[in-house]
Write a protein that binds this ligand. Structure first.
Ligand code: HEM
Length: 425
Protein backbone atom coordinates (compact mmCIF):
# COMPACT_ATOMS: atom_id res chain seq x y z
CA UNK A 1 0.00 0.00 0.00
CA UNK A 2 1.54 3.30 -1.03
CA UNK A 3 1.48 6.32 1.25
CA UNK A 4 -1.75 8.30 1.37
CA UNK A 5 -1.84 11.41 -0.77
CA UNK A 6 -3.62 14.61 0.15
CA UNK A 7 -5.90 16.18 -2.39
CA UNK A 8 -7.47 19.61 -2.28
CA UNK A 9 -10.66 20.00 -4.25
CA UNK A 10 -10.96 22.29 -7.22
CA UNK A 11 -13.72 24.85 -6.89
CA UNK A 12 -16.08 24.89 -9.80
CA UNK A 13 -19.59 24.90 -11.05
CA UNK A 14 -21.90 23.00 -13.28
CA UNK A 15 -21.81 19.56 -14.67
CA UNK A 16 -18.03 19.43 -15.04
CA UNK A 17 -16.41 20.40 -11.77
CA UNK A 18 -18.85 19.82 -8.95
CA UNK A 19 -17.00 21.96 -6.47
CA UNK A 20 -15.50 18.91 -4.86
CA UNK A 21 -12.92 16.49 -5.84
CA UNK A 22 -11.82 17.50 -9.29
CA UNK A 23 -8.22 17.87 -8.20
CA UNK A 24 -7.83 14.65 -6.25
CA UNK A 25 -4.72 12.65 -7.11
CA UNK A 26 -6.57 9.39 -6.80
CA UNK A 27 -5.42 5.88 -7.40
CA UNK A 28 -7.77 2.95 -7.54
CA UNK A 29 -5.54 0.71 -5.51
CA UNK A 30 -4.48 3.02 -2.72
CA UNK A 31 -6.00 4.93 0.11
CA UNK A 32 -6.02 8.61 -0.50
CA UNK A 33 -7.33 11.59 1.31
CA UNK A 34 -9.62 14.02 -0.39
CA UNK A 35 -10.29 17.70 0.25
CA UNK A 36 -11.37 19.84 1.98
CA UNK A 37 -7.94 19.84 3.57
CA UNK A 38 -7.47 17.61 6.52
CA UNK A 39 -7.64 19.33 9.89
CA UNK A 40 -6.85 18.16 13.37
CA UNK A 41 -9.18 15.38 14.45
CA UNK A 42 -10.62 14.96 10.97
CA UNK A 43 -9.75 12.94 7.87
CA UNK A 44 -11.31 12.85 4.43
CA UNK A 45 -10.92 9.65 2.49
CA UNK A 46 -11.69 8.58 -1.04
CA UNK A 47 -11.08 5.68 -3.39
CA UNK A 48 -12.33 2.11 -3.70
CA UNK A 49 -9.50 0.59 -1.67
CA UNK A 50 -10.42 2.44 1.49
CA UNK A 51 -14.13 2.28 0.66
CA UNK A 52 -14.18 -1.45 1.17
CA UNK A 53 -12.74 -1.07 4.67
CA UNK A 54 -14.88 2.00 5.43
CA UNK A 55 -18.14 0.29 4.52
CA UNK A 56 -17.23 -2.97 6.25
CA UNK A 57 -16.39 -1.28 9.57
CA UNK A 58 -18.60 -2.15 12.53
CA UNK A 59 -20.49 0.57 14.39
CA UNK A 60 -18.06 0.04 17.29
CA UNK A 61 -15.24 1.04 14.92
CA UNK A 62 -16.82 3.83 12.85
CA UNK A 63 -19.98 5.23 14.42
CA UNK A 64 -22.82 6.36 12.15
CA UNK A 65 -24.65 7.89 15.12
CA UNK A 66 -21.76 10.18 16.09
CA UNK A 67 -20.98 10.96 12.45
CA UNK A 68 -24.50 11.94 11.41
CA UNK A 69 -25.36 13.68 14.68
CA UNK A 70 -22.42 16.00 14.07
CA UNK A 71 -24.12 16.92 10.76
CA UNK A 72 -27.68 17.35 12.08
CA UNK A 73 -26.87 18.27 15.68
CA UNK A 74 -29.27 15.47 16.67
CA UNK A 75 -32.18 17.85 16.00
CA UNK A 76 -34.27 15.23 14.15
CA UNK A 77 -33.92 12.56 16.81
CA UNK A 78 -32.71 9.04 16.12
CA UNK A 79 -33.55 6.64 13.35
CA UNK A 80 -32.02 4.01 11.11
CA UNK A 81 -29.53 6.52 9.66
CA UNK A 82 -28.09 7.63 13.00
CA UNK A 83 -28.56 4.70 15.35
CA UNK A 84 -25.79 2.20 16.02
CA UNK A 85 -25.57 -1.35 17.27
CA UNK A 86 -28.52 -3.54 18.22
CA UNK A 87 -31.11 -0.73 18.13
CA UNK A 88 -30.05 0.07 14.57
CA UNK A 89 -30.12 -3.55 13.52
CA UNK A 90 -33.60 -4.24 14.87
CA UNK A 91 -35.14 -0.99 13.54
CA UNK A 92 -33.64 -1.58 10.09
CA UNK A 93 -34.82 -5.17 10.07
CA UNK A 94 -38.35 -4.08 10.99
CA UNK A 95 -38.54 -1.35 8.34
CA UNK A 96 -36.69 -2.97 5.44
CA UNK A 97 -39.62 -5.13 4.21
CA UNK A 98 -41.67 -1.95 3.68
CA UNK A 99 -38.95 -0.68 1.34
CA UNK A 100 -38.31 -3.78 -0.76
CA UNK A 101 -38.51 -3.33 -4.51
CA UNK A 102 -41.84 -5.20 -4.70
CA UNK A 103 -43.36 -3.22 -1.80
CA UNK A 104 -42.25 0.08 -3.24
CA UNK A 105 -43.74 -0.73 -6.64
CA UNK A 106 -47.16 -0.60 -4.95
CA UNK A 107 -46.65 3.14 -4.40
CA UNK A 108 -46.13 3.89 -8.08
CA UNK A 109 -49.70 5.17 -8.59
CA UNK A 110 -49.57 7.40 -5.53
CA UNK A 111 -46.26 8.94 -6.59
CA UNK A 112 -47.56 9.50 -10.13
CA UNK A 113 -50.70 11.15 -8.76
CA UNK A 114 -48.77 13.48 -6.43
CA UNK A 115 -46.43 14.36 -9.30
CA UNK A 116 -49.33 15.16 -11.64
CA UNK A 117 -50.93 17.37 -9.00
CA UNK A 118 -47.69 19.26 -8.36
CA UNK A 119 -46.90 19.56 -12.09
CA UNK A 120 -50.21 21.34 -12.73
CA UNK A 121 -48.85 24.31 -10.79
CA UNK A 122 -45.59 24.49 -12.76
CA UNK A 123 -45.10 27.75 -14.67
CA UNK A 124 -44.68 27.07 -18.38
CA UNK A 125 -42.56 29.04 -20.85
CA UNK A 126 -40.36 30.62 -18.20
CA UNK A 127 -37.35 29.40 -16.18
CA UNK A 128 -38.29 27.11 -13.31
CA UNK A 129 -36.21 26.29 -10.25
CA UNK A 130 -36.22 22.50 -10.58
CA UNK A 131 -35.08 21.81 -7.04
CA UNK A 132 -37.79 24.07 -5.62
CA UNK A 133 -40.25 21.81 -7.48
CA UNK A 134 -38.81 18.37 -6.75
CA UNK A 135 -37.90 18.86 -3.11
CA UNK A 136 -41.39 19.58 -1.74
CA UNK A 137 -42.73 16.84 -4.00
CA UNK A 138 -40.29 14.29 -2.58
CA UNK A 139 -41.15 15.51 0.90
CA UNK A 140 -44.89 15.09 0.29
CA UNK A 141 -44.32 11.53 -0.97
CA UNK A 142 -42.22 10.61 2.08
CA UNK A 143 -44.57 12.31 4.56
CA UNK A 144 -47.54 10.47 3.02
CA UNK A 145 -45.84 7.08 2.92
CA UNK A 146 -44.21 7.14 6.34
CA UNK A 147 -46.50 9.41 8.37
CA UNK A 148 -49.84 9.27 6.50
CA UNK A 149 -49.78 13.08 6.13
CA UNK A 150 -51.84 15.08 3.67
CA UNK A 151 -50.29 17.89 1.63
CA UNK A 152 -51.04 20.65 4.14
CA UNK A 153 -49.44 18.73 7.00
CA UNK A 154 -46.50 17.82 4.77
CA UNK A 155 -45.99 21.50 3.89
CA UNK A 156 -46.00 22.50 7.53
CA UNK A 157 -43.55 19.74 8.43
CA UNK A 158 -41.28 20.69 5.52
CA UNK A 159 -41.07 24.28 6.78
CA UNK A 160 -40.22 23.01 10.28
CA UNK A 161 -37.57 20.67 8.88
CA UNK A 162 -36.08 23.69 7.12
CA UNK A 163 -35.72 25.45 10.49
CA UNK A 164 -34.08 22.42 12.06
CA UNK A 165 -31.81 21.71 9.12
CA UNK A 166 -30.15 25.11 8.96
CA UNK A 167 -30.90 26.75 12.28
CA UNK A 168 -30.60 30.53 12.38
CA UNK A 169 -27.14 31.68 13.43
CA UNK A 170 -26.34 33.46 16.67
CA UNK A 171 -24.53 32.67 19.86
CA UNK A 172 -26.44 31.71 22.98
CA UNK A 173 -26.33 34.54 25.48
CA UNK A 174 -26.79 37.20 22.78
CA UNK A 175 -30.34 38.42 22.02
CA UNK A 176 -30.13 37.06 18.43
CA UNK A 177 -28.76 33.73 19.61
CA UNK A 178 -31.42 33.35 22.28
CA UNK A 179 -34.16 34.12 19.78
CA UNK A 180 -32.70 31.55 17.36
CA UNK A 181 -32.54 28.91 20.11
CA UNK A 182 -36.17 29.58 21.03
CA UNK A 183 -37.22 29.19 17.39
CA UNK A 184 -35.42 25.87 17.07
CA UNK A 185 -36.96 24.74 20.37
CA UNK A 186 -40.44 25.65 19.12
CA UNK A 187 -39.83 23.85 15.80
CA UNK A 188 -38.63 20.72 17.60
CA UNK A 189 -41.69 20.67 19.88
CA UNK A 190 -44.06 21.10 16.96
CA UNK A 191 -42.32 18.35 14.95
CA UNK A 192 -42.57 16.01 17.95
CA UNK A 193 -46.26 16.79 18.33
CA UNK A 194 -46.95 16.17 14.61
CA UNK A 195 -45.10 12.87 14.79
CA UNK A 196 -46.98 11.85 17.95
CA UNK A 197 -50.26 12.39 16.07
CA UNK A 198 -48.89 10.44 13.08
CA UNK A 199 -47.87 7.50 15.27
CA UNK A 200 -51.38 7.37 16.74
CA UNK A 201 -53.00 7.58 13.30
CA UNK A 202 -50.88 4.77 11.85
CA UNK A 203 -51.49 2.28 14.65
CA UNK A 204 -53.66 0.01 12.51
CA UNK A 205 -51.83 0.45 9.21
CA UNK A 206 -49.14 -1.94 7.97
CA UNK A 207 -46.34 0.61 8.08
CA UNK A 208 -43.43 1.76 10.23
CA UNK A 209 -45.45 2.06 13.45
CA UNK A 210 -46.82 -1.48 13.41
CA UNK A 211 -43.52 -2.96 12.22
CA UNK A 212 -41.52 -1.26 14.97
CA UNK A 213 -44.07 -2.09 17.65
CA UNK A 214 -43.95 -5.76 16.63
CA UNK A 215 -40.26 -6.02 17.57
CA UNK A 216 -39.45 -8.23 20.59
CA UNK A 217 -37.97 -5.14 22.25
CA UNK A 218 -40.13 -2.38 20.71
CA UNK A 219 -38.80 1.17 20.85
CA UNK A 220 -40.84 3.72 22.84
CA UNK A 221 -43.37 5.74 20.84
CA UNK A 222 -41.11 8.78 20.83
CA UNK A 223 -38.36 6.80 19.12
CA UNK A 224 -40.90 5.45 16.63
CA UNK A 225 -41.78 9.06 15.76
CA UNK A 226 -38.10 9.94 15.43
CA UNK A 227 -37.55 6.95 13.16
CA UNK A 228 -40.30 8.28 10.92
CA UNK A 229 -38.70 11.74 10.91
CA UNK A 230 -35.35 10.25 9.88
CA UNK A 231 -36.96 8.21 7.08
CA UNK A 232 -38.59 11.37 5.74
CA UNK A 233 -35.38 13.39 6.10
CA UNK A 234 -33.17 10.75 4.48
CA UNK A 235 -35.72 10.25 1.71
CA UNK A 236 -36.63 13.75 0.60
CA UNK A 237 -33.33 15.64 0.51
CA UNK A 238 -31.66 12.95 -1.56
CA UNK A 239 -34.48 12.19 -3.96
CA UNK A 240 -35.36 15.86 -4.35
CA UNK A 241 -31.80 16.78 -5.25
CA UNK A 242 -31.11 13.85 -7.57
CA UNK A 243 -34.30 14.26 -9.58
CA UNK A 244 -33.67 18.01 -9.96
CA UNK A 245 -30.11 17.35 -11.14
CA UNK A 246 -31.29 14.74 -13.60
CA UNK A 247 -33.88 17.07 -15.11
CA UNK A 248 -31.28 19.85 -15.21
CA UNK A 249 -28.84 17.62 -17.09
CA UNK A 250 -31.52 16.58 -19.56
CA UNK A 251 -32.32 20.25 -20.21
CA UNK A 252 -28.65 20.65 -21.20
CA UNK A 253 -28.52 17.44 -23.24
CA UNK A 254 -31.51 17.54 -25.61
CA UNK A 255 -30.50 14.33 -27.43
CA UNK A 256 -30.49 12.37 -24.17
CA UNK A 257 -33.78 13.96 -23.26
CA UNK A 258 -35.33 12.90 -26.53
CA UNK A 259 -33.96 9.37 -26.14
CA UNK A 260 -35.55 9.05 -22.69
CA UNK A 261 -38.83 10.44 -24.03
CA UNK A 262 -38.91 8.11 -27.03
CA UNK A 263 -38.01 5.08 -24.98
CA UNK A 264 -41.35 5.19 -23.15
CA UNK A 265 -42.38 1.99 -21.38
CA UNK A 266 -42.33 1.30 -17.65
CA UNK A 267 -39.95 3.85 -16.09
CA UNK A 268 -38.80 1.37 -13.47
CA UNK A 269 -37.29 -0.92 -16.11
CA UNK A 270 -36.47 1.42 -19.02
CA UNK A 271 -32.72 0.97 -19.77
CA UNK A 272 -32.01 4.43 -21.22
CA UNK A 273 -33.60 6.14 -18.24
CA UNK A 274 -31.61 3.84 -15.97
CA UNK A 275 -28.33 4.79 -17.66
CA UNK A 276 -29.16 8.48 -17.32
CA UNK A 277 -30.12 7.93 -13.68
CA UNK A 278 -26.86 6.17 -12.89
CA UNK A 279 -24.73 8.74 -14.64
CA UNK A 280 -26.45 11.54 -12.71
CA UNK A 281 -25.92 9.68 -9.43
CA UNK A 282 -22.24 9.32 -10.39
CA UNK A 283 -21.74 13.00 -11.19
CA UNK A 284 -23.99 14.41 -8.48
CA UNK A 285 -24.40 12.03 -5.55
CA UNK A 286 -26.77 13.78 -3.12
CA UNK A 287 -24.79 12.48 -0.16
CA UNK A 288 -21.36 13.57 -1.30
CA UNK A 289 -19.61 12.89 2.02
CA UNK A 290 -20.46 10.10 4.42
CA UNK A 291 -19.68 11.03 8.03
CA UNK A 292 -18.44 8.75 10.82
CA UNK A 293 -16.53 9.04 14.07
CA UNK A 294 -13.83 6.56 15.00
CA UNK A 295 -14.76 4.81 18.24
CA UNK A 296 -11.37 3.15 18.58
CA UNK A 297 -7.91 3.49 17.08
CA UNK A 298 -8.16 2.21 13.50
CA UNK A 299 -5.90 1.22 10.67
CA UNK A 300 -7.72 2.31 7.52
CA UNK A 301 -5.67 0.79 4.72
CA UNK A 302 -2.40 1.83 6.35
CA UNK A 303 -3.65 5.19 7.57
CA UNK A 304 -3.57 5.40 11.39
CA UNK A 305 -6.76 7.01 12.68
CA UNK A 306 -6.94 7.77 16.42
CA UNK A 307 -10.16 7.17 18.39
CA UNK A 308 -12.43 10.22 18.29
CA UNK A 309 -11.38 11.28 14.78
CA UNK A 310 -14.14 12.46 12.44
CA UNK A 311 -13.85 10.37 9.29
CA UNK A 312 -15.50 11.41 6.04
CA UNK A 313 -15.62 9.22 2.96
CA UNK A 314 -16.02 11.16 -0.27
CA UNK A 315 -18.43 9.49 -2.65
CA UNK A 316 -18.15 12.41 -5.05
CA UNK A 317 -14.36 12.46 -5.30
CA UNK A 318 -14.24 8.76 -5.98
CA UNK A 319 -16.98 8.90 -8.59
CA UNK A 320 -15.08 11.58 -10.51
CA UNK A 321 -11.70 9.89 -10.28
CA UNK A 322 -10.08 9.91 -13.75
CA UNK A 323 -8.43 6.60 -12.99
CA UNK A 324 -11.83 5.02 -12.47
CA UNK A 325 -13.93 6.84 -15.08
CA UNK A 326 -12.79 8.01 -18.45
CA UNK A 327 -13.56 11.69 -18.93
CA UNK A 328 -14.99 11.80 -15.41
CA UNK A 329 -16.58 15.27 -15.42
CA UNK A 330 -18.59 14.65 -18.58
CA UNK A 331 -22.21 13.52 -18.59
CA UNK A 332 -21.97 10.33 -20.62
CA UNK A 333 -24.80 7.89 -19.82
CA UNK A 334 -23.49 5.48 -22.49
CA UNK A 335 -20.94 4.23 -19.98
CA UNK A 336 -23.82 2.56 -18.18
CA UNK A 337 -25.75 1.66 -21.29
CA UNK A 338 -22.62 -0.13 -22.55
CA UNK A 339 -22.36 -2.00 -19.31
CA UNK A 340 -26.01 -3.01 -19.40
CA UNK A 341 -25.76 -4.42 -22.90
CA UNK A 342 -22.31 -5.93 -22.43
CA UNK A 343 -20.97 -3.96 -25.41
CA UNK A 344 -18.25 -2.15 -23.56
CA UNK A 345 -14.80 -2.63 -24.94
CA UNK A 346 -12.41 -3.99 -22.34
CA UNK A 347 -11.35 -1.14 -20.08
CA UNK A 348 -13.42 1.48 -21.87
CA UNK A 349 -15.03 2.71 -18.67
CA UNK A 350 -14.01 2.71 -15.07
CA UNK A 351 -17.22 1.17 -13.81
CA UNK A 352 -16.40 -2.21 -15.30
CA UNK A 353 -12.80 -2.15 -14.27
CA UNK A 354 -13.12 -1.18 -10.67
CA UNK A 355 -16.25 -2.85 -9.47
CA UNK A 356 -18.78 -1.83 -6.92
CA UNK A 357 -16.72 0.47 -4.68
CA UNK A 358 -16.08 2.88 -7.54
CA UNK A 359 -19.75 3.82 -7.43
CA UNK A 360 -21.50 4.20 -4.09
CA UNK A 361 -24.22 6.85 -4.46
CA UNK A 362 -26.36 4.74 -2.10
CA UNK A 363 -23.50 3.71 0.18
CA UNK A 364 -22.55 0.05 0.48
CA UNK A 365 -22.47 -2.95 2.77
CA UNK A 366 -24.82 -3.73 5.62
CA UNK A 367 -25.80 -0.07 5.94
CA UNK A 368 -26.46 0.58 2.27
CA UNK A 369 -29.41 2.93 1.74
CA UNK A 370 -32.53 1.15 2.92
CA UNK A 371 -34.61 3.43 0.67
CA UNK A 372 -32.65 2.65 -2.52
CA UNK A 373 -35.66 1.21 -4.38
CA UNK A 374 -37.99 4.01 -3.34
CA UNK A 375 -35.46 6.75 -4.18
CA UNK A 376 -34.70 5.17 -7.55
CA UNK A 377 -38.31 4.57 -8.53
CA UNK A 378 -39.42 8.00 -7.39
CA UNK A 379 -36.65 9.79 -9.27
CA UNK A 380 -37.40 7.85 -12.44
CA UNK A 381 -41.13 8.52 -12.17
CA UNK A 382 -40.60 12.24 -11.68
CA UNK A 383 -38.21 12.47 -14.62
CA UNK A 384 -40.16 10.33 -17.05
CA UNK A 385 -43.46 11.97 -16.03
CA UNK A 386 -42.10 15.45 -16.78
CA UNK A 387 -40.22 14.70 -20.02
CA UNK A 388 -43.33 13.03 -21.46
CA UNK A 389 -45.30 16.27 -20.93
CA UNK A 390 -42.69 18.97 -21.37
CA UNK A 391 -39.65 19.91 -23.40
CA UNK A 392 -36.95 21.09 -21.04
CA UNK A 393 -34.43 23.62 -22.24
CA UNK A 394 -31.59 25.60 -20.75
CA UNK A 395 -31.56 28.80 -22.82
CA UNK A 396 -28.27 30.69 -23.04
CA UNK A 397 -27.90 33.05 -20.16
CA UNK A 398 -29.48 30.81 -17.53
CA UNK A 399 -26.97 30.55 -14.69
CA UNK A 400 -25.42 27.14 -14.18
CA UNK A 401 -26.46 25.68 -10.83
CA UNK A 402 -23.49 25.72 -8.52
CA UNK A 403 -22.94 23.21 -5.75
CA UNK A 404 -22.83 23.77 -2.02
CA UNK A 405 -22.85 21.48 0.97
CA UNK A 406 -25.46 21.45 3.69
CA UNK A 407 -23.55 19.31 6.13
CA UNK A 408 -23.10 16.13 4.18
CA UNK A 409 -25.94 16.67 1.75
CA UNK A 410 -25.39 18.54 -1.47
CA UNK A 411 -27.68 21.39 -2.37
CA UNK A 412 -27.55 23.83 -5.24
CA UNK A 413 -26.14 27.22 -4.29
CA UNK A 414 -27.44 28.82 -7.48
CA UNK A 415 -30.85 27.55 -8.56
CA UNK A 416 -31.04 24.63 -11.00
CA UNK A 417 -33.01 26.38 -13.71
CA UNK A 418 -34.67 25.03 -16.83
CA UNK A 419 -37.47 26.27 -19.04
CA UNK A 420 -40.45 23.98 -19.54
CA UNK A 421 -42.70 24.07 -22.60
CA UNK A 422 -45.66 21.82 -23.35
CA UNK A 423 -44.79 19.16 -25.90
CA UNK A 424 -48.32 19.02 -27.25
CA UNK A 425 -50.64 21.92 -27.74
C1 HEM B 1 -32.04 8.78 -4.77
C2 HEM B 1 -32.21 8.92 -3.51
C3 HEM B 1 -31.30 8.46 -2.40
C4 HEM B 1 -29.93 8.46 -2.30
C5 HEM B 1 -28.92 8.91 -3.34
C6 HEM B 1 -29.60 7.93 -0.99
C7 HEM B 1 -28.31 7.76 -0.51
C8 HEM B 1 -28.01 7.15 0.70
C9 HEM B 1 -26.67 6.86 1.15
C10 HEM B 1 -25.37 7.21 0.44
C11 HEM B 1 -26.76 6.26 2.35
C12 HEM B 1 -25.62 5.73 3.22
C13 HEM B 1 -25.29 6.71 4.32
C14 HEM B 1 -24.06 6.35 5.09
O1 HEM B 1 -23.39 5.36 4.77
O2 HEM B 1 -23.76 7.08 6.04
C15 HEM B 1 -28.16 6.17 2.68
C16 HEM B 1 -28.67 5.63 3.83
C17 HEM B 1 -30.00 5.66 4.18
N1 HEM B 1 -31.06 6.08 3.39
FE1 HEM B 1 -30.90 6.74 1.50
N2 HEM B 1 -30.77 7.64 -0.34
C18 HEM B 1 -31.81 7.92 -1.16
C19 HEM B 1 -33.16 7.76 -0.89
C20 HEM B 1 -33.67 7.32 0.31
C21 HEM B 1 -35.06 7.20 0.61
C22 HEM B 1 -36.22 7.47 -0.36
C23 HEM B 1 -35.17 6.82 1.91
C24 HEM B 1 -36.45 6.57 2.66
C25 HEM B 1 -36.74 5.49 3.20
C26 HEM B 1 -33.81 6.66 2.41
C27 HEM B 1 -33.49 6.27 3.70
C28 HEM B 1 -32.21 5.98 4.12
C29 HEM B 1 -31.90 5.48 5.46
C30 HEM B 1 -32.89 5.25 6.59
C31 HEM B 1 -30.52 5.26 5.48
C32 HEM B 1 -29.68 4.69 6.63
C33 HEM B 1 -29.45 3.19 6.41
C34 HEM B 1 -28.63 2.55 7.53
O3 HEM B 1 -27.74 3.20 8.07
O4 HEM B 1 -28.89 1.36 7.81
N3 HEM B 1 -32.94 6.98 1.42
N4 HEM B 1 -28.90 6.72 1.66
Amino acid sequence: MSAPAVGVPAAGAGEGAAGHGAGCPAGAGRVHLAGPPVGPGRVHLAGPAVAERFFAAGDDELSHADGWNAVFGGRFGRGVLNLDGERHRSCRQALAPLLRRSAVKDHQDLITELLARAARKLPVGTPVDLHAFTQPLAFTVAARLFAGMDEDEANELLALFGELRTPPAGELGTPGGNRAARRVGRARRRVREMLRVAVGRLEDVDGPVRRLRALPDPPPDELIGENIAILILAGYETTGYLSARLLWLLARHPREQQAVREEGGDPSTAPRLDAVFQETARLHPPLAWLPRRARSHLDLGGLQVPAGTEVFYSVSNTQRDPELFADPHTFRPERFAERATGDAAEGSTGAERHGRFALTPFGAGRRICVGIHLGTLETKLIVSGLVREFRLTAPDGLPIGDVSHNGSTVTSAAPLLARLDWLFG
